[in-house]
Each structure stands twice: as C-alpha cells, then as structure tokens.
Design a protein around this ligand. Structure first.
Ligand code: GLN
Ligand code: ZN
Length: 667
C-alpha cells in the first residue's frame, strides 16, 4: 500500500495558540509547567487532527517553542560559550533564540536535510557522507531513516546520502523532473517519499497530476516503496481554510481554490487512496471542477491585462535617456543643494493614527472624518519637514498600515484572509495578502494624498510606492501563472501610477524594493534568470516618465556585493540603502564598480530610539565621501520612521540636516 505521510504541520496552532502560550511564559504570566502542559496539549491535538484526516505517518520532531534549528543545535550541544552556564535547558534555549531566557527534544527517523538542494562544496558532501554512514552504522535495523530534501533540486548531492538511508524524500513540486533521475538510483529496498502537495502555498492541489506522478513512482518501485507527502513541512502554510468565513461568504469561488495545512493533509490522503485503488471519485470530481473554474474564471483571467503584458513594447523596459541626460534635466528642475536631505517615506505611526484606522475599519469613524484626520496628519508632517529644513519631502504614509497590504486593497487580483497566519520567526507571525487573479489598478492609488501634500509646500514632494517584486514576495502568490508574468502585471499597474503622479505634478517618485534580494533562487544557476525579470519589472514600473522626473528606490539591509550588477541595472536616479549597521565594504563596491547614479546610504539606524550625535554622523558622512563622489551623495536615515516616536525622530533629523549643511559649507 502507498502510505499517506506528512513532513510537518503549522505548530503555531489554528488560533496562534503556541504564540500566545510562549509569549505569556516570557512575560511571566505562566510557569514552565503550564508552558509544557499547554505545549503538549497543542501537539496532541495536532496529532489527533492529522490522524483523523487519515494520514498514516504523522511528524513528531517538528514541534518547537521557537525555532527548529535552534532545537537541533541544543540537542547536539552546539551551544555558544556565553550560554553554556545557563543550567535550565529551557532558559538556555530561549536565551539563544532571543537573547536570555528554555526545549523540545525528540529523536526522529525523519531527518530534514534541505541543505541537499544547495550548491555544495566537496567538503560538505564528504561531511554528509560521513554523518549518514555513522547514522546507518549506529541505527542498523533499529530505526528506519528517511532523509528529506525540499525547496529545490537535489541534483548530484543525492550521492552523498543515498546509500546510507532507507528512504529519500523529494520535493516534486519544485523539481518534478527529479522523479525520473532518482528512480533508477534507488536500491531494491529503498523507499521514495514523493512530495507532490505544495507545502508552501495556499492553493488546492491538482490531484489528477499528482496521482499520475505517484503512479509513475509506483510503476517502478511498487506500492510498498512509495510514500505520498507534502513537498515540505506544512508549517509554511496557514492552519485551515475553515476559519476564512468572510471569503467563503463573499467569494465562494476563491474559497474553493484555497487549501491550507489541514486541507492539504486531506489531499495527501486522497492521492494515496486513489493510487491504492480506493474510491475517491467524489473528491476527484470536486477537485477537477475547482481547478477548471480557477483556470477560466474572470476572477483569475483578465484578457485586457494578459494582452497588455503580451504586448509590452521593448522600449517600455527602460528609461528613454541615459542617467547623465536625466541628471541634467533633474538638476535644472529640482534645484537641490549639494547633499540633498530626505527621508525614506514613513513618519511615526502614532497611537492616534492606529486608533483612527481601527475606528474607520470598524465603521465608527466615517470616511469623511477619517480623510480629514489623515489630511491633518499629513499637514503636520509637511510642516515638521519644512521646519527641519529637509530638501525633498514625503507625505509621511499615515494612511498606510503596511506597505504591501495597503496597495493590495487598491489592486484587482488581491484578497485578504482573516486567519492566514504563518510564523515569520520565533513567536512573530505574518498574515500575507493573497494574489489570486490578474493584477491591475482599481483606480489611482496615491494621487490624492501626494497631490495634497505637494499643495502644502514649494519643496519637491516625493511620491511613495511599493515595487512589483516586493508586492509579490510579501504576499501568497498564485501558482497558476509564471512569476515573471505576474510581476509584469504588477509592474504595469505601478507604471500607470508613476505616470499619473508625474502628470499630477509630482517631481520625485520612490518605488521601494526591499525584497528583491529575498527572491533570489537557491541555486546560483538560476540567479540570472530571476534577476533579469525582477529588475526588468522594476524598470517597467519606473520608465514611463520624462527625464526630469527623479526616480528613487529604497532597499533595506542586504548583501549588495552579491547582486551589485542587478542593483545598478535598476537604473534608479537615486537609491537609498540601509547602511548604518554595515562596514565600509558596502560602500566600497559602489566605488570599485564606478556606480554612476545618486546614492543615499543611511546615515543612522532607525531601529532604535537612540539619537545619534552630530559628531557621530559627521564621521559617517565623512567616511561615505571617501567612496562616493560628493555630487552623487544624499543624506537620509536608514529606512522608514514608522516604528519610531516623534521626539527621537525630530531630534535625529535635526542633527542629520546639520551634518549635511556642515559638509555643504566645506565643499
Ligand atoms: N517607504 C517605506 C517606509 O518608509 C519603506 C519601508 C521599507 O523599506 N521596508 O516605511
Ligand atoms: Zn528599508
């Protein structure tokens, strides 16, 4: 019989129970025993649930109070010196995870080895071989060992482990072609676990296709040597669609396309049953019907959008003139001083703002009153910036709760879950928007607020948008069209907005792309293709404007050296980057590569309330001038200021402006 198996489940719980439990322990509301009892209860409930769904293999070692890698490190005694003398293991565990404070240990015959999909050096392959030989020798016959690789292709790395394990798990969602390459490599007793249900998305599985893949494995290996599984742990998908009452009510079609962890377990069982010849006709019929509506529904397919993407003219992918020409036009138009000062977009999201937004959402604050409130906020923010004597102003983003969700509400093709939480790290959870259909603007997205802010000042106002790659990376994306096509759709929607901002008289427009580095594929061989379309879509969104319109982009901390050429290829007129935590190496590459466009490396860290002194910022600015030509250098903070309070924000910006003025006088 083919077995229905699982690799991991959303440990955080259907209502984020684990998060709440762990955080009440941290804050001292419950003791260690209550934490352990609560933890066992959640774990048991998940086991029972998976069993009820019909799974035959249920994962056990995957439960963690903070991070699984941390559990494993502690289990193996890989404990940094500074934590070694903490006697209570649980305290030691949390101390390692979050800097001082406790462990779930379990030995398991499921060994996760996602490293197998990386480009591995020979020494690492040798180490793997040695480790698995030892495991085999120690366990011989006592415990079956399954090694699970996922998130990509194992390629030749499989040779490092394949002779020493009883079973191998492959991610056939990411690498379906590996079924053919791995099948002939297995010896006559080895079992293959086929990951056919995507553990990282929120969409229903194409059961017919999965069944065909599993049948192919069964044809070679026989039923007893095949396990059906998700592609990876289901911890990357939310808990269950059953909590999405609103979507179910308002958009039953979309609801029928969704499958979270609990539903994915049922899919695995159905696939196994089908291959075992059991009757799953009803399940297959309803699945096929949902797949068909998803393929053809006007909610997913917008012919106008498809046509526009198919016919993007070549010249739309880059600015009409080279940077030197654009710079001349921008210098003339903007008349900025040397070392222009600006901020990255957001100003403090105060309690007042959060309360007003909640009231507006609940309906206790009318649209008109909310608009008046937001306008008053912007007015105040513009006044503060004028008083600070900043050169390029922003509207301050008081109307935005989040840089992706805010735009998701303004675009066709996006929807939002009520309970689609996934763990980001530790106890932190995120609820990404869902992109289910072709994307286009519902209408102008930022024109009203930006034009209003511009009307309050003679200084140039910088429009503020979230870039196409970040709009995708920080959402659950559809899996029924290629990522590059989806990105181009978002790129075109943003392009329309950029052009509208220009027509409305906005001279500078910033398109944030903090997530571009995050999207890099795992294998180096795939980098170029990704960078080509992601960078291309950024340019698509920003090149519909005249030379004199200054395009900014912003990136949070990342390893710029690795992808420097791609960053340069964005061809933004001004790029602001997080820099205060990096050493001078980051800036050196701009010099080495003779980067020609303007740059604002962050002058101070915005992640803490500390106000850096003038002297400190002078020092930093002086260091920057060693690498970046004066006429290209801007003065700005590291990132947006939304998580800060006003007093420290103003104090730090006063100092920053003073530093820019000091260096202006020197030049
Ligand atoms: N414009 C955004 C802000 O200032 C940029 C945030 C980000 O880079 N993550 O908040
Ligand atoms: Zn940032």
């Amino acid at each position: 019989m083919v077995i229905a198996s699982n690799l991991g489940f959303p440990v955080v719980g259907s209502q984020r129970e684990l998060k709440k439990l762990v955080e009440s322990f941290w804050s001292g509301k419950i003791n260690e025993q209550s934490l352990r009892d609560g933890y066992s209860k959640i774990q048991q409930a998940h086991w029972v649930l998976q069993q009820e769904k019909g799974l035959q293999h249920i994962p056990s070692g995957e439960f963690t109070l903070y991070d699984r890698v941390l559990d494993t490190a502690q289990q193996f005694g890989a404990i940094p010196k500074r934590y070694q003398d903490i006697a209570n293991p649980l305290d030691q565990f949390f101390a390692m995870g979050r800097g001082l404070q406790r462990a779930a240990t379990e030995s398991s015959a499921k060994i996760d080895e996602p490293i197998l999909i990386l480009d591995l050096e020979a020494s690492v392959k040798l180490a793997l071989e040695k480790a698995y030989k030892t495991i085999q020798a120690q366990l011989a016959g006592a415990l079956k060992v399954l090694v699970a690789a996922y998130f990509g292709r194992v390629e030749s790395n499989i040779y490092a482990v394949k002779d020493f394990v009883d079973a191998i798990h492959l991610d056939l969602v990411r690498a379906p072609e590996e079924l053919d390459t791995v099948l002939p490599l297995l010896n006559k007793d080895q079992v293959l676990s086929v990951g056919v249900v995507d553990g990282r998305n929120i969409w229903i599985n194409n059961l017919q296709n999965s069944i065909a893949l599993v049948q192919k494995a069964v044809a070679t290996l026989g039923q007893d040597r095949v396990i059906v599984a998700p592609s990876c742990s289901l911890a990357h998908s939310p808990f269950s669609t059953s909590f999405e009452v609103k979507i179910k009510e308002k958009n039953p079609e979309l609801y029928s396309w969704l499958s979270f962890s609990v539903e994915k377990c049922a899919e695995i069982v159905t696939i196994a049953k089908a291959v075992n010849g059991q009757d799953v006709k009803a399940e297959l019929e309803s699945n096929a019907a949902a797949i068909e509506t998803r393929r053809t529904s006007p909610q997913t397919v917008n012919p106008t959008v498809r046509d526009r993407v198919a016919k993007i003219p070549t010249e739309a992918w880059k600015r009409p003139s080279p940077f030197a020409t654009r710079r001349e036009a921008q210098v003339k138009k903007l008349k900025l001083p040397l070392f222009p000062t600006t901020t990255i977009g957001s100003f403090p999201q105060t309690k007042d703002i959060r309360v007003a937004r909640q009231q507006y959402k609940k309906g206790t604050l009318s649209q008109a009153d909310y608009d008046t409130f937001i306008k008053a906020q912007m007015k105040n923010m513009v006044e503060v910036q004028e008083k600070l004597d900043l050169d390029v102003l922003v509207h301050g983003e008081p109307e935005r709760n989040d840089m992706v969700e805010h735009f998701g509400h303004l675009l066709h093709g996006y929807d939002f879950t009520e309970n689609g939480w996934v763990v980001s790290y530790g106890s932190r959870c995120v609820k990404p928007p869902v992109i289910f259909g072709d994307v286009s603007r519902r209408g102008p997205m930022t024109i009203d607020e930006t034009v209003y802010a511009q009307s309050l000042t003679k200084r140039p106002m910088k429009g503020m948008l979230t870039g196409p790659v970040t709009m995708m990376k920080w959402s659950f994306v559809r899996d029924d069209i290629p990522a590059n096509d989806l990105c181009a759709q978002v790129g075109l929607a943003l392009r329309d907005e950029v052009v509208d901002l220009e027509s409305a008289g906005i001279p500078c427009i910033q398109v944030d792309e903090p997530a571009i580095r995050e999207g890099l594929p795992i294998r180096r061989a795939d980098w170029d293709a990704y960078l080509e379309w992601s960078v291309g879509c950024f340019r698509l969104s920003t090149s519909g404007v005249r030379d004199e319109t200054q395009i900014h982009t912003h990136m949070c901390y990342s390893d710029f050296n690795e992808i420097f050429d791609a960053i340069a290829a964005l061809d933004a007129d001004v790029i602001t980057i997080e820099n205060s935590k990096s050493d001078e190496k980051l800036l050196k590459i701009f010099e080495t590569k003779q980067y020609t466009n303007e740059i604002g490396p962050g002058l101070y860290d915005i992640h803490s309330p500390r106000v850096p002194s003038v002297e400190e910022m002078k020092q930093r600015f002086g260091d920057m001038l060693k690498y970046i030509p004066a006429h290209l250098l801007w003065a700005n903070p590291d990132c947006g200021l939304k998580s800060r309070q006003w007093p420290e924000t103003e104090a730090a910006l006063v100092n920053m402006v003073e530093v820019a003025k000091y260096f202006r006088a020197q030049h």
